[in-house]
Design a protein around this ligand. Structure first.
Ligand code: ZN
Length: 271
C-alpha cells in the first residue's frame, strides 16, 4: 500500500455537502469518513477533485468559487473602489515583476495606513500581462485621491499608470464577474505564486473545524472496485457518475482503525 496517498483532514460540512460541491470536479481524489447510524458503523467514500488550478475541471471550479467569494465580500463590505497599479518595465524584469510589485504594494500599504490612520481593507488580485509584467487590481473600501495614489505608488517604486474607479453598488457583481475572468485567474502563474491576497480583516473562505476526514489521493472508482464485496450503499449523479459509496465496517466503533495511516496533516477547502 502506498502511504503517501493519504492525509488526515479536519473539516466541517457533512459528506453530503461534498457530493453537492464536488460535482463536475475531476474525481482524482476521494474523501473518507466514518459514519455511525443506528448502531452500525460504516466507512463513507466521497468523490473529490484534485483542487489544482492547473486541472481543467477543478481550475474552472476554483475560478468560479474565488469570483463568487470576492463579489460576496465586496458587496458585504461595500468595497466599491477598484484600484489598478502598474509597473514601469524599466524597474525590473518580467520574471521579477510579481515579487517586485508585491514588495511595492507592501510599502504602499504602510503609506496608506499613515494617511488614514487605520489599515485599509482590500482584496488584491495579481494579473500577469501578455508582456509578462504583473499588474495589481485591488478592491479597496474607501475613496483615495488619484493624484495621491500616483505620487505615492511611484515613491514605492511603482509605475506612472494608476487608475481608481468607483463602481455603483448595484453593478459591483456584474462589473467584477466581467473583470475576474477565467483568463485572469488561471493565466500564467507558477504553483507557488498567489493569485490574490487580502487584508487581515477579510476572510474569503471560511474553514470549519469539526469532523474527521481522510483524503485519499485515489479516484473513488478505484476504491469502489477493491471494496466491491462489502459495499452497502452507492450514490451516482444524474449521468451515472459515482459520487459516494458506503461500506459497513466489521470492527466495533471504538476499535476502528483507518486502513491507510496518515502521513501528513492538512486542511482541504470546499470547492
Ligand atoms: Zn482536478
Amino acid at each position: 500500500m502506498n502511504n503517501t496517498n493519504v492525509m488526515e483532514l479536519d473539516i466541517g460540512p457533512s459528506s453530503l455537502d461534498y457530493i453537492k460541491h464536488n460535482r463536475n470536479s475531476c474525481g482524482a481524489w476521494t474523501m473518507q469518513e466514518k459514519v455511525t447510524e443506528k448502531g452500525k458503523t460504516s466507512s463513507r467514500y466521497v468523490r473529490l477533485g484534485c483542487k489544482k488550478w492547473v486541472c481543467p475541471k477543478c481550475g474552472a471550479k476554483k475560478v468560479k468559487r474565488l469570483r463568487h467569494a470576492i463579489i460576496k465580500t465586496a458587496v458585504e463590505k461595500n468595497m466599491r473602489r477598484f484600484l489598478t497599479l502598474t509597473l514601469d518595465p524599466k524597474s525590473c524584469s518580467p520574471e521579477e515583476s510579481i515579487y517586485y510589485i508585491k514588495k511595492s504594494w507592501d510599502k504602499f500599504r504602510v503609506y496608506l495606513k499613515r494617511k488614514f490612520g487605520v489599515s485599509v481593507s482590500y482584496i488584491a488580485i495579481t494579473e500577469l500581462q501578455k508582456s509578462g509584467y504583473a499588474h495589481l487590481h485591488i478592491l479597496v473600501d474607501r475613496y483615495i485621491q488619484q493624484s495621491w495614489i500616483s505620487a505615492n505608488w511611484q515613491a514605492v517604486g511603482g509605475g506612472k499608470i494608476v487608475f481608481i474607479t468607483l463602481v455603483d453598488i448595484q453593478r459591483i457583481a456584474g462589473y467584477l464577474s466581467k473583470y475576474l475572468t477565467k483568463e485572469l485567474l488561471l493565466g500564467g502563474y507558477k504553483p507557488n505564486q498567489r493569485r490574490y491576497t487580502t487584508s487581515r480583516d477579510i476572510v474569503l473562505f471560511v474553514k470549519k473545524t469539526t469532523g474527521k476526514w481522510k483524503l485519499i489521493k485515489k479516484p473513488i472508482e478505484t476504491l469502489f472496485k477493491s471494496r466491491s464485496s462489502r459495499i452497502s450503499e452507492t450514490s451516482c449523479d444524474e449521468t451515472g457518475v459515482l459520487q459516494m459509496f458506503e461500506m459497513e465496517l466489521l470492527q466495533p466503533t471504538n476499535s476502528f482503525i483507518w486502513k491507510e495511516p496518515p502521513i501528513e496533516s492538512g486542511q482541504l477547502m470546499l470547492l
